[in-house]
Design a protein around this ligand. Structure first.
Ligand SMILES: Cc1cc2nc3c(=O)[nH]c(=O)nc-3n(C[C@H](O)[C@H](O)[C@H](O)COP(=O)(O)OP(=O)(O)OC[C@H]3O[C@@H](n4cnc5c(N)ncnc54)[C@H](O)[C@@H]3O)c2cc1C
Length: 387
């Protein structure tokens, strides 16, 4: 019997992980990416124990560990740097037999791309249409006039997925109410707790500090903006960020001063309000195309990694592609919905602007026992790949 062949649209984390997972199971996978080159760029990324477990299932765990840094603790502090809450990440992740790590996104994408044969990935191939074939297969048309067909189609084309747009026209990205700058610098600030991820919560916004391997720090700053593409904020460079966060503790200034304007990434934050379907016969949505989330739980890429494992497991279990994708949807809808909703709410709480509400919130978070925070983390990190 001929190998079943799957078309994967999108060469981001979801698409590449899925191609690896499918090939591991003996399926053929062809990845089509619209960009001229795979985008080995970006800043840092948290890979939770759940996501690392998924990567281990793909045989990629060691490669990630080589380039990743183990996170020891997650802390929330106020503008002055005073502790609001702390979670022992090692203790929690050890319950699931693996670590939480951080990695540079470029390193992750590089490792993923290198794990696939060149012939498996075609760039400069923008999908412009899909059609289901009478035999149950799927045909994809590209902007350059070419087509590709397979037994099933995996749409991993990101939050602005044109395939989702074709299947669920009403689903559109939802603006979260804040905008985010990111960068990576070399050198850990003096006195900074090695291995700890720190978020500073204050009335002028949130500032995250994430240690990476090789003495690098990934930082991000989220500031409220009533609408996307705010012209004033779009013009912010490091000097404006230094001024904006001037009332915050000194580590933030130190990191911003080390940042070149050219190395600054800026995005308005969006997610996708949970949709009700991922599976459409022999077409399935995965990754951000299916369940883009705000970055507040550091789980967008992690959920894409989990998706990759589940898609491949379901296809191995069911001989019918439709049944496999329907089972995938059944398994993935509840967990991803919960993550998207929890992350959305956490973002609202973390981005409070009123000094009074910030002070009440910080008091409340201080009063929450560490055990409760750890229990919250468990729901994120505890994934079972039972089909
Ligand atoms: C500020 C920020 C911080 C984040 N931090 C974290 C974190 O710490 N941890 C974490 O797990 N996640 C994090 N995320 C989320 C994570 O980056 C995403 O969830 C993840 O990259 C999604 O991967 P994806 O492959 O689904 O989509 P994408 O990375 O968007 O990839 C989609 C790919 O499809 C291609 N494409 C689009 N349309 C077409 C088409 N028509 N034809 C062919 N190709 C097409 C695109 O060019 C792109 O390469 C963060 C996100 C942001 C914005």
């Amino acid at each position: 019997m001929a190998k079943r062949k799957f078309i994967v649209i999108g060469g981001g984390i979801a698409g590449l992980c899925t191609a690896i997972a499918l090939r591991n199971k003996g399926f053929e996978a062809e990845v089509y990416e619209s960009a001229v080159q795979l985008k080995e760029a970006g800043a840092g990324l948290g890979v939770g124990a759940n996501a690392l477990k998924a990567m281990q299932r793909l045989g990629m765990g060691d490669k990630l560990m080589e380039r990743g840094k183990v996170l020891k603790a997650a802390r929330i502090v106020n503008e002055k740097g005073e502790l609001i809450a702390k979670t022992d990440s090692v203790k929690v992740s050890s319950l699931f037999g693996t670590d939480n790590i951080t990695i540079h996104r470029a390193d992750l994408l590089h490792v993923l791309a290198k794990s696939l044969p060149d012939s498996c990935i075609q760039t400069n191939k923008k999908c412009v249409g899909i059609s289901r074939q009478p035999d149950g297969g799927v045909r994809v048309s590209f902007q350059d006039g070419t087509t590709a067909s397979g037994d099933g189609l995996i749409a991993a084309d990101g939050i602005r997925s044109s395939i989702r747009q074709q299947l669920i026209p009403a689903a559109a990205p939802r603006y979260a109410g804040y905008t985010c700058w990111r960068s990576v610098v070399t050198g850990v600030p003096a006195g900074y707790e090695a291995g700890a991820f720190t978020e500073t919560w204050g009335s002028k916004g949130r500032f995250g500090i994430v240690p990476l391997k090789d003495d690098r720090i990934y930082w991000f700053a989220c500031v409220n903006a009533a609408s996307p593409r705010d012209p004033k904020l779009a013009g912010f460079r490091t000097q404006e960020l230094i001024e904006h966060f001037s009332g915050y503790h000194a580590t933030i200034r130190e990191l911003l001063e080390k940042t070149d304007d050219g190395a600054l990434l800026h995005n308005d934050i969006y997610d996708l309000k949970p949709i009700r379907r991922f599976a459409f016969g022999s077409v399935v949505l995965i990754g951000d195309a299916a369940h883009a989330t705000t970055p507040n739980l550091g789980q967008g890429a992690g959920q894409a990694m989990e998706d990759a494992v589940f898609v491949a497991e379901c296809l191995e279990r069911y001989s019918s592609v439709e049944e496999a994708f329907a089972r995938f949807e059944q398994l993935r809808l509840p967990r991803t919905r919960k993550i998207v909703n929890t992350s959305w709410t956490l973002g609202k709480v973390a981005q409070l602007e009123s000094k009074l509400l910030c002070s009440l919130r910080n008091g409340l978070f201080r009063a929450i026992p560490a055990k409760v925070n750890e229990r919250q983390l468990r729901f994120l990190l505890d994934v079972r790949f039972d089909i």
